[in-house]
Design a protein around this ligand. Structure first.
Ligand code: GTR
Length: 350
């Protein structure tokens, strides 16, 4: 039995919730045709003209494993509805940066998005749990929780924020990268580090002595290039496809977070669907998961090979304990707030 690494620490502090639940108007137009940007397409022959056309926004490029998962989902929906429902996938932030997209999904102006739960945490406090450091041992532990009753309950809870959570997608582990060399947690001190905007991320960088700089994903490359920030953090595929590895050439494999992706629909749009169509959407999303996870594994490996071949300085972390020690105040601060879900996560630890 592996024990929680943070057990036996100081008293937890219960924080007042800072969730921004927004104010969805519930007037989304479910018959929308695709916008000016061009969809990635599902590659599926349509059996008849779609009577419902929806948009799905993703920040990543067309071949990225989340977008491949999106396209699989769209393809399955098209098949199951016999061509009646068409979902156009818009990759590469064509519909905007993630936070803006999530706001539009909340209002029903965009029907679907695939986004990091780290971004959703700013809209739905319970999703913030995934931004807590080192709560999962590894991929197996993470997915045991995500596919459990408690993981599903968390996904279903998104309705309180006017989203319908359809599926978790894989996103591996996040690691720090910087323009400066790094050997351990002490090297984070004094660095300006870009994070996904949410309270926990800001506390996380603070605990390491860095200065957190939240900004949209699309602004990170130029900010690293011009020195507005020194560092950022992400998984192998994002470090690769964003080209951040060409500017911030030191990658340290500290694995501080495993922040799953989420595929979600606007509740305003979902509520307008027939029961049969709701079922099709939910089933298709679940069925896309194994494919997305497979594609994730393949792409993660390819990204690692590419980044290593490019001559980036990769620092392996043999002992993660000093990192865990350094960020323990973050767990202490949020433990009471996330008690139930942290207990559930702990249940699935071997
Ligand atoms: C990636 C994630 C994106 C985006 C990005 C970020 O891992 O897939 O959705 O949130 O991180 O750091 O902004």
């Amino acid at each position: 039995m592996v024990k929680k690494w943070w057990l036996g620490t100081t008293t937890a502090v219960l924080l007042a919730g800072l969730t921004l639940t927004g104010c969805g108007l519930g007037n989304g137009n479910v018959q929308k045709q695709g916008g000016a940007a061009s969809p990635a397409g599902t590659g599926q022959p349509e059996t008849k003209k779609a009577s419902l056309t929806f948009r799905l926004a993703d920040t990543h490029p067309p071949d990225y494993p989340t977008v491949l998962g999106d396209k699989k989902f769209a393809e399955l929906v098209n098949q199951k509805s016999n061509g009646r429902i068409k979902i156009d996938v818009f990759p590469s932030s064509q519909l905007g940066e993630e936070k803006a997209v999530v706001e539009q999904v909340q209002l029903g102006a965009i029907e679907f998005t695939r986004v990091s739960t780290g971004v959703v945490a700013d809209f739905s406090k319970p999703m913030g749990v995934f931004s807590l450091p080192y709560i999962f041992e590894n991929e197996e532990h993470e997915w045991k929780f995500l596919t459990s009753a408690e993981g599903t309950k968390l996904l279903d809870g998104l309705t309180a924020s006017k989203f319908v959570g359809l599926a978790y997608f894989d996103s591996g582990a996040r690691n720090f990268y910087s323009r400066k060399p790094m050997k351990g947690p002490e090297d984070i001190k004094g660095q300006k580090i870009r994070v996904i905007q949410n309270k926990i991320n800001i506390d996380l960088i603070g605990a390491l002595g860095g200065s957190a700089t939240p900004m949209p994903y699309g602004d990170v490359f130029s900010s690293l290039q011009t020195g507005v920030i020194d560092a950022a953090e992400n998984n192998w595929p994002s470090y690769d496809t964003s080209n951040h590895y060409t500017v911030a050439k030191n990658y340290i494999l500290d694995g501080h977070q495993r922040v799953p992706e989420v595929l979600m629909m606007s509740k305003a749009a979902f509520d307008k669907l027939s029961d049969d169509d709701k079922k099709i959407i939910k089933e298709a999303a679940q069925e896309a998961i194994p494919y997305q996870r497979e594609e994730w594994k393949k792409f993660e490996k390819k990204s690692e090979e590419k980044v290593r071949a490019a001559g980036v300085t990769i620092t392996e972390v043999k002992d993660v304990k000093p990192w865990q020690e350094a960020v323990k105040p973050v767990i202490d601060k949020y433990r009471a707030e996330y008690k139930d879900v942290l207990d559930a996560i702990d249940k699935y630890r071997k």
